[in-house]
Write a protein that binds this ligand. Structure first.
Ligand code: SF4
Length: 363
């Protein structure tokens, strides 16, 4: 059931008053610059606030507007993203900036349809930019908002997908405050992040507890409904941490993943799906065009959990007879280089790649 107009007004008044008194002072809340808000929202999608703050500040100092970001090499953008994870976000941000530079002269448009047409900008980010930068009455639903709405309105389906998500969006659209849409959206997210938290919601401190169905019915631990998570398949791989015989002992052979798919554009030690070290060596020699010799030391195991799979990687160390300079034939990689540790920060290197390199160093 939809809230009545008077119930909506009571909810808005209570939540906005609480937000005005309790909002955390976050740097992106002090700006109305749509570009700065966009960068913050993308970074915050999978990453904690405390981690994001220094990245956001550095990113804006390096590329203060969409035009500057559009002109940056992707390698530099991925390097600036190093450590934030989910690098697809950085690639899409870069594409999005190019679109904004070409289609809008570098200024983000004050229009929800035009915002939504920017590569990588989905319904959530559209709502965030439109409401916070332009005061447009656009709703948004993220994980925090979905949880709050599921509890307050007793949504009986998983609010992260399908029917439950559609219901959360409908409610968010009905509720968004016409006068202060940005503050309203932030208030809902803030409540979910600090009070209506997943495990033990602090209902005693909640400004909208009088309107909350889950609280009234004693169901705060049942809601939101959570669907069973699909089991992640385990995938075995072999990674090679290789130095060049007679070369800099600290430098390692890194390959760059091709521009599509998982880890696109990131540098890492080569890894293959071969059945054993002999097959892995043959595959690496064919692809890198050099002789590979693995050390006798046993492989180290590295585990890495991704959204849809669980990687189990045997890390072998070894040497190549000369620096590889080209990828012979491998659709997964498009460049190879021998990289010193101090040069790692100048390129996009995933957390997984750092784990593989560290596994080698401990060996
Ligand atoms: S009363 Fe409790 S469950 Fe309901 S919105 Fe507030 S914190 Fe969440």
């Amino acid at each position: 059931m939809s809230p009545t107009p008077s119930a909506r007004s009571r909810l808005r008044r209570a939540l906005l008053a609480w937000y005005d008194a309790h909002a955390r002072d976050l740097p992106w809340r002090r700006t109305r610059d749509p570009y700065a808000i966009w960068i913050a929202e993308v970074m915050l999608q999978q990453t904690r606030v405390e981690t994001v703050i220094p990245y956001w500040e550095r990113f804006l100092a390096q590329w203060p507007d969409a035009e500057a970001l559009a002109g940056a090499p992707l390698d530099d953008v991925l390097a600036a993203w190093s450590g934030l994870g989910y690098y697809r976000r950085a690639r899409l941000l870069h594409q999005g900036a190019r679109h904004v530079a070409e289609a809008h002269g570098g200024a983000l448009p004050a229009d929800t349809g035009a915002l939504r047409a920017i590569p990588g900008v989905g319904a959530y980010t559209t709502g965030a930019i439109a409401s916070q930068a332009f005061d447009l009455p656009a709703a948004l639903v993220d994980g925090n908002v979905a949880r709050v709405l599921a509890r307050v309105f007793a949504i009986e389906d998983d609010p992260k997908k399908g029917k439950g998500l559609a219901r959360a969006w409908r409610l968010a659209e009905e509720l968004v405050d016409r006068e202060r849409p940005g503050a309203w959206n932030n208030a809902l997210m803030e409540l979910g992040a600090t009070v209506c938290v997943p495990r033990e919601p602090r209902c005693g401190q909640c400004p909208i507890r009088a309107a909350c169905a889950a609280k009234r019915e004693g169901r705060t631990h049942e809601l939101p409904v959570v669907s069973e998570k699909p089991v992640r398949p385990r995938v075995r791989e072999i990674a090679a941490v290789l130095r060049v015989r007679g070369g800099d002992e600290s430098a390692r052979v890194l390959v760059r993943r091709a521009p599509h798919g998982l880890f696109a554009g990131l540098w890492e030690p080569p890894r293959v799906s071969a059945r054993d070290r002999h097959a892995a060596r043959a595959e690496l020699e064919a692809t890198l065009g050099v002789k590979v010799r693995f050390d006798e030391a046993p492989a180290r195991q590295v585990e890495h959990v991704l959204t849809h799979r669980h990687l189990e990687i045997a890390v072998h160390q070894g040497v190549v007879d000369r620096p590889p300079t080209a990828i012979a034939s491998n659709a997964a990689w498009d460049a190879v280089e021998v990289v010193r540790p101090r040069d790692l920060d100048r390129r996009g290197v995933s957390t997984l790649a750092r784990k593989l390199l560290a596994a080698r160093r401990r060996g």
